[in-house]
Design a protein around this ligand. Structure first.
Ligand code: NOJ
Length: 786
């Protein structure tokens, strides 16, 4: 049992104990830690007296000290915005920072915490924020990939591991989960979220909050979740980052708000406002969003932080000088200023000019102090963070094993003709493509503290797994792109893409010659990690031309091609899907992605991932998503009929629909059986199907439930996901899958933004993905009578 466990056991604050055990824990900083801070008569911070503790502290604070708590500075190890803050240490010493971010390790955080504790008058500890997005040092697959596991428990565990590692490394505030619904794969940050569906997105949002915060924030391995980016950031116009988002309120409530709301309901302690405008007011200064919706409607009690320099950016949006923007933001309900330093510069003046009341500053400061209190920072500003703990709890073999499992489960098999996969462990494999030997790309665009040098690339992992009877013949075949301008841009933001200087034709010839000696080709292709994530929007979302040209040349060899994709967004894969024998989507699978890819290619793991975003055939179809509305003139398949909703040059349908994914076995679904034909309000409907494994090996299926509400007072989606179940079946095995449906599952937002359901017929659909569903119809009455 560790020191902090002991404290928890006896419910004792750190400073209530004699100095000796405290010294044992605080190792280096014991001399600096001012036990006196708490000995000066501040109330004991246990869970019952937060209010009086914070009120008493607030009562002692000067206006400047309160404003200092509202200032968040960027420092340290990463640059995640236009420019880091200046003079961070000095600001901390002067009490002009409530927290810092982009800094970790026990020694670095301890050093700064010591400054805050020893040099400031009231010894208020700092928050340490960091973009722990998909794991801390044990890097899991990018969130979009993880979401394809359709497994909230697995995602919760990833977040828990991230929390343990991050807290051991001095971080107590990850800027995650990112829960923005995204329907536009041009937007690079689609990589950071859970896809396009509000139902699944909400389950994942809750799971991540639980994973980060645990059941008690005061535990030293719990960290404050930060739900972002509130709101609608995933709907930026034309998929261009930071652009405005424009939509009706009913669409916000129905499709975009649910994951944020779910995260708040799960107890998320903090929220980050988004860069974009909402209803023509930047989210950062949007009172309706930050106060009416978030606090008054949803009951959020934590604090709201801006995104990086977003208060100052309101000037650029057109709301006037920075001073005015600070006023607008604070009045809107924005508590903490990330990097703008607009609060530090202007709030005092705004109070003296009576443009804002000091009570607003008190409220914001109280929220920040409460978060610190809940974390237990007043009891132990270091929260048990020490080098030995970091050494013991970060990157453990167990964590890495779990990362491998998470990666396996995130991959989606998009095509597999003539059982091209799994590969046999015999013969010769030509391993081609610019990503086959990359380690850096495996970690994705926001690997933060992850160390790609610890990753094993696909070439080495395949060699390790192949055994003595397989020859692996590598050839690069193409550069990631031949677009010099693009490569320069990516490298300027740290992509470190190394070009093979040989002419493209020479690279292709070499790869074709290698393919000629092999039985089949495994082509590892896609995007550089830097082509998705923040500020990485693309107007074309296919394979870069250099890679497609290589693929076309390889196809001419007649050897079957297994395309292994790495990318951070849905891609357009028209040619690839027509000509490759198999396609495995692996996203950016994290630290253990190389091994996991080998596991799946050789069949040691049978792929089970399902898409959480639609793959369009062409960029021109975007936005394309499964829960769209019907038009008054739907296209019913006859291309000669005019005046219907269709393109002249491409199908309306996606290339790969939401929910889609193959397995090395196959599954069949029986018709849907319903327990009732008619129900009244309080009754529960049981909908069931029999799922059979019709293939040759054991596999995991994700049976998906969708509901259609064909007649309502407002138009509804053609179908909405309302449940799913994962089942594992042996070859020939059948299982009945049952879904319990109540009127809660029928609810939607009406024109008055009231969340309710309306009686009538409903179509219950069950199947393997959003486009292959068996259905049955039921009538649901509002009254008790049938
Ligand atoms: C900007 C990003 O939008 C946000 O997601 C991130 O947390 C902050 N920078 C801090 O790095």
């Amino acid at each position: 049992m560790g020191f902090v466990d002991l404290l928890n056991l006896f419910k004792l604050p750190v400073y209530a104990l004699p100095a000796v055990p405290f010294a044992l824990t605080c190792v280096a900083s014991v001399a600096l830690f001012p036990l006196s801070a708490h000995a000066q008569g501040q109330p004991t911070p246990d869970a019952t007296n937060m209010d009086s503790f914070v009120s008493s502290l607030l009562g002692k604070m000067t206006l400047e000290e309160k404003i200092g708590q509202l200032n968040l500075l960027a420092t340290g190890f990463d640059v995640t915005g236009p420019a880091p803050s200046k003079n961070v240490e000095e600001s901390v010493r002067k009490g002009m920072a409530g927290g810092v971010f982009n800094l970790y390790t026990p020694s670095a955080t301890r050093k700064l915490q010591d400054l805050a504790i020893t040099h400031t008058r009231l010894h208020i500890p700092l928050l340490f924020g960091y973009d722990v997005i998909h794991g801390h040092k044990t890097t899991f697959p990018i969130p979009l990939g993880l979401s394809c596991a359709w497994n909230p428990d697995l995602i919760e565990k990833c977040a828990r591991i991230a929390a343990i590692e991050a807290s051991a490394d001095g971080v107590n505030w990850p800027f995650s989960p990112m829960v923005d619904i995204a329907r536009d794969p041009r937007w690079g940050r689609i990589a950071e979220g859970a896809g396009e569906d509000p139902y699944l997105g909400s389950l994942i949002a809750k799971a991540m909050v639980r994973g980060y915060q645990g059941d008690d924030l005061a535990r030293p391995d719990s960290i404050l979740a930060c739900v972002k980016h509130f709101a609608l950031y995933g709907a930026v116009e034309a998929g261009r980052d930071y652009n405005p988002a424009e939509m009706s309120r009913i669409t916000m409530y129905q499709f975009y708000f649910p994951p944020y709301k779910a995260a708040v309901e799960a107890g998320a302690a903090t929220v980050m406002a988004s860069f974009n405008e909402v209803d023509s007011v930047p989210a950062t200064g949007n009172h309706w969003l930050l106060t009416d919706v978030l606090r008054n409607q949803w009951g959020f009690h934590g604090f709201v932080v801006s995104d990086y320099t977003a208060i100052n950016e309101m000037t650029q949006h057109g709301l006037g000088p920075a001073e005015r923007c600070a006023e607008i933001a604070l009045k809107a309900g924005l508590d903490m200023d990330m990097v703008s330093e607009a609060y530090i510069k202007y709030l005092k003046k705004l109070v003296s000019e009576k443009k804002i009341g000091e009570d607003l500053i008190d409220t914001a400061c109280r929220r920040v102090l409460e978060a610190k209190f809940k974390l237990g920072l007043f009891a132990d500003p270091y929260r048990g963070c020490a080098p030995e703990r970091a050494e013991r709890e970060i990157l453990t073999p167990l964590n890495r094993t779990f990362a491998r499992e998470a990666a396996q489960r995130s991959f989606v098999l998009l095509k597999n003709e003539q059982n091209a996969l799994p590969l046999k462990r015999s013969g010769a494999i030509a391993l081609i493509g610019p990503l086959a030997e990359s380690r850096r790309d495996l970690l994705g665009s926001w690997s933060a503290a992850g160390n790609w040098k610890l990753a094993v690339n696909v070439l080495d992992a395949l060699k390790e797994s192949a055994g003595p009877n397989v020859k692996i013949l590598p050839a690069r075949g193409a550069n990631l792109s031949d677009d010099a301008e693009l490569l320069e841009t990516l490298n300027a933001s740290g992509a470190a893409i190394v070009r093979d200087p040989r002419p493209p034709a020479e690279l292709i010839d070499e790869a074709v010659a290698v393919a000629g000696k092999a039985d089949f080709v495994v082509a590892v292709m896609g995007e550089s990690f830097a082509m998705s994530g923040e500020a990485a929007s693309r107007s074309e979302i296919g394979l870069p031309e250099s890679q497609l040209a290589l693929l076309k040349a390889l196809e001419k060899t007649g050897k079957p091609i297994v395309l292994v994709l790495m990318n951070g967004r849905p891609m357009t894969l028209g040619w690839e899907s027509a000509h490759c024998a198999a396609i495995l989507e692996t996203w950016f699978g994290g630290l253990e992605a190389g091994h996991a890819i080998a596991d799946v290619l050789f069949g040691d793991y049978n792929p089970s991932g399902r898409l959480t975003t639609t793959f369009p055939r062409d960029v021109g179809q975007i936005p394309l998503y499964y829960d769209h509305k019907s038009t008054g003139r739907p296209y019913l398949g006859n291309a000669r009929v005019k005046y219907v909703s269709r393109y002249l040059d491409i199908a309306n349908t996606p290339l790969y629909p939401f929910g889609f994914g193959l397995s090395y076995t196959s599954f069949a679904y029986s018709p849907v059986k319903l327990s009732h034909k008619t129900l009244n309000a309080a009754e529960t409907l049981t909908a069931s199907v029999e799922v059979s494994n019709t293939g040759q090996r054991e596999g995991e299926e994700t049976a998906q439930l969708y509901i259609t509400d064909p007649v309502a007072s407002v138009t509804r989606s053609v179908e909405d996901l309302r449940g799913f179940q994962k089942i594992t079946l042996k070859p020939g095995e059948k299982r009945e899958v049952k879904f319990q449906i109540t009127s809660e599952d029928l609810k939607f937002y009406n024109s008055d933004l009231v969340y309710d359901w309306e009686p009538g017929e409903f179509i219950i659909r069950i199947g393997p993905d959003s486009s292959q569903l068996n259905s049955a119809t039921v009538r649901w009455n509002k009254s008790g009578a049938r």
